[in-house]
Design a protein around this ligand. Structure first.
Ligand code: UDX
Length: 441
């Protein structure tokens, strides 16, 4: 089938790659012409495992191309995906200006029978608004262009894997014709056993918000437990292990630490809360999830202050800047928020990240970065592990101790075996667990 993709960010580019990989003909476009120029020469706008190879293979195989013109992505398409950003307004409401703009451009070039699929995360009711826009803009095809909801469930760092092996495909539509088009589109996946869930459109839109909000809730529940465990002298890792052993709870997304970041959870929570209140329901739980997430950074900051006393003229090294391992994305990254707070308290902050240093400095120009973890830790009074990159498992604490001013290690992701640090004279501060000091069992 012929697929158009509007927006080649983290969602749109993976949408291009996955549909081309299963044999559809895909044309991607983006309002940012420089992105299209880069993609057309095989350069990727961000680091994501497997995407560069997949995109290049799609282009080489003639299944995938990129164009500056929306018309090229729409003209022959059976389905056009809207994959543009839906950032939060100050009120928390999802900003749908880009969604409307993209839809207007699509509709301008649409022919009868086109299906427009919302892949961006949008509040329930957005498709209704888009359908009304179509009727206003193109009364000639209003009845035969359908908007459907097809939310993505991609985790950064695993996005291509998640797209190629979806745990479920969710399609919200209002007609058999639209469902048939989407069933044909996803046939390469459902024929391999992927589960296709079909609902009405509003249900699909709301289910996406519900999923992300619940995942964030699990994380905040673990972080609230960490605060309690720190006060009770209990071990949050053991508590969440016990919880996760119950199949009704499950172990995933119960890792206490610096909390969630990224482009999705923070904005989706406030958008969901705003939607609920606009419908007359006070979903107060969502605000508590966000509060506990903010508190997780405060708790880590307090560990640094407890260890170092005054932070003026102290140097703090942050290991890991990306909002999670496997990506160079620093949008709403807890590490950058911690860096800001530390600087406000007078500390000098230096960061290291194997992939995200460049994007971190673009996001926070005042941030000093070092080329290695050890260079970041040189003369530092404290190291804070903020992102659990695999390479930090190999940290040489002997070498680290030699080059640091004082041997303090705050593990913001419970990624490190504290005994290794203590054996080399470190004062070790995990999350939701007892601090460890050298010379004391
Ligand atoms: C999320 C959802 O997982 C995905 O389904 C949705 O489509 C988009 O948003 P993503 O934001 O890419 O994906 O990353 P995810 O792996 O969910 O992690 C989000 C944040 O939560 C990261 O900052 C991560 O460090 C943090 N996290 C995750 C925790 O703090 N604890 C956990 O147990 C899990």
């Amino acid at each position: 089938m012929r697929v158009g993709v509007i927006g080649t960010g983290h969602v749109g580019l993976i949408t291009c790659a996955s549909f081309a990989a299963v044999g559809h003909d895909v044309v991607g476009t983006d309002a940012d012409r420089s992105k299209i120029d880069a993609l057309s020469t095989g350069d990727m706008p961000f680091h994501e495992p497997g995407v560069a190879d997949s995109i290049r293979a799609g282009m080489a195989g003639g299944r995938l191309s990129f164009s500056h013109e929306t018309a090229d992505a729409v003209r022959e398409a059976d389905v056009v995906f809207v994959c543009v950003g839906t950032p939060a307004r100050a009120s928390g409401e999802a900003n749908l200006v880009a969604v409307e703009q993209a839809a207007r451009e699509v509709v301008a070039h649409a022919s009868a029978g086109l299906v427009i699929a919302e892949k961006s995360t949008v509040p329930a009711g957005t498709a209704d608004r888009l359908t009304r826009s179509v009727a206003l803009q193109r009364p000639d095809i209003a009845g035969s262009v359908e908007v459907v909801s097809n939310p993505e469930f991609l985790r950064e760092g695993h996005a291509l894997h998640d797209a190629m092996h979806p745990e479920r495909i969710l399609v919200g539509a209002d007609s058999d014709a639209a469902f048939d088009v989407m069933r044909r589109l996803y046939e390469p996946f459902t024929s391999e056993g992927a589960r296709l869930i079909e609902t009405d459109i509003r249900t699909a839109e709301l289910a996406k918000h519900a999923c992300n909000a619940f995942l964030a809730l699990k994380i905040s529940y673990a972080n609230a437990l960490a605060r309690l465990c720190e006060r009770a002298g209990a071990d949050v890792e053991a508590v969440t292990e016990v919880m996760g052993a119950d199949s009704r709870i499950g172990p995933a997304f119960l890792n206490a630490g610096l909390g969630y970041g990224g482009y999705c959870f923070p904005k989706d929570l406030v958008a969901f809360d705003h939607l609920a209140s606009s419908l007359g329901y006070d979903f107060a739980m969502l605000r508590e999830v966000a509060r506990i997430n903010d508190e997780a950074i405060d708790a880590t900051l307090e560990k640094v202050r407890d260890a170092l006393w005054n932070l003026e003229d102290k140097r703090v090294a942050l290991l890991g800047l990306a909002f999670k391992p496997g990506t160079d994305d620093v949008r709403i990254a807890p590490a950058l928020m911690l860096a800001q707070r530390l600087r406000e308290l007078g500390a000098t902050v230096v960061g290291y990240d194997p992939h995200a240093a460049e994007s971190a400095v673009r996001a926070q120009p005042e941030l000093e970065v070092a080329p290695t973890a050890y260079e970041a830790a040189r003369e530092a009074h404290c190291v804070v592990l903020c992102t659990e990159w695999e390479e930090f498992q190999e940290l040489d604490f002997d070498k680290l101790g030699e080059i640091m001013a004082t041997r303090v290690f705050v593990d913001g992701r419970n990624a490190i075996d504290g005994e290794r640090a203590v054996a080399h004279g470190f004062h070790f501060y995990p999350t939701g667990r007892r601090p460890l000091t050298p010379g004391r069992a």
